[in-house]
Design a protein around this ligand. Structure first.
Ligand code: PLP
Length: 234
């Protein structure tokens, strides 16, 4: 097998996830791997699927739609991890099993309405902005509980947990405070016991820092570059 093939990279990542889990006393099966396939052509995604990828993560609705049409959604679970514009909600509910990036009531209401229209309950995560970078999406941690309280009564969306994207650091240890903060925020929300809200998932950790995220209880890691190689600039 080609050392640089998508399949080899995929196996290596699975192995690193397993080791990271075991080294902090966790069951590796409690960690889901989202293979992030934005900008990656269908043929290379197929290599990852052949190697065992079952969850694919996309950032752009149009791009995902074309890929889902050609690869299908029977054996693949498609997740949306990018910034979602309200006017794309009607497509998103048809295409994605989990939307990681809900950060406003307005977006949640639109997803609720569109999901209702197709008889679906849309699973979502709440994206939290822990780095206070103006450019990044996500709700301020101080406003997160209020947002969750306002989304919880919507019948056709179901909150499953939290997601965050820390700033990029060369040293993954520097991302640890962000992962820990998301874990602590989850604990606070759990204590609130809000009906219709589950806090099962912590979506955090990417190519450069997923092992650190796993040691802070990530349940979903989102990995692109380490599986598919460097993406073109866009
Ligand atoms: C692109 C992207 C990833 C994957 O990043 P890599 O560093 O390539 O692993 C993960 N999460 C989100 C939200 C992304 O946009």
């Amino acid at each position: 097998m080609n050392e640089d093939s998508v399949a080899t990279r995929f196996y290596l990542i699975k192995e690193r996830i397993r080791k990271a889990a075991l080294s902090c006393g966790r069951d590796p099966s409690g960690i889901k791997l989202v293979a992030v396939s934005k900008t990656v052509p269908v043929e290379r995604i197929q290599e990852a699927i052949a190697a065992g990828a079952t969850i694919l993560g996309e950032n752009y609705v149009q791009e995902a739609r074309a890929k889902i049409e050609s690869l299908g959604a029977d054996s693949i679970s498609w997740h949306f991890i990018g910034h979602l514009q309200t006017n794309k909600a009607k497509y998103a509910v048809r295409l994605f099993d989990l939307i990681h990036s809900v950060d406003s009531l307005k977006l949640a209401q639109e997803l609720d309405k569109r999901a209702k229209g197709i008889g679906k309950v849309q699973d979502i995560l709440i994206q939290v902005n822990l780095s206070r970078e103006m450019t990044k999406s996500g709700i301020d941690p101080k406003e997160t509980i209020d947002l969750i309280r306002s989304i919880a009564p919507l019948e056709n969306v179901s909150i499953r947990g939290l997601m965050t994207i820390p700033p990029y650091f060369n040293d993954p240890e520097r991302a640890r405070p962000f992962f820990r903060a998301l874990k602590e925020l989850r604990a606070l929300i759990v204590e609130e016991n809000i009906p219709n809200v589950q806090m099962t998932e912590l979506s955090m950790g990417m190519t450069g820092d997923f092992e650190t995220a796993i040691s802070e209880e990530a349940t979903i890691v989102r990995i692109g570059t380490a599986i598919f190689g460097k993406r073109p600039e866009r």
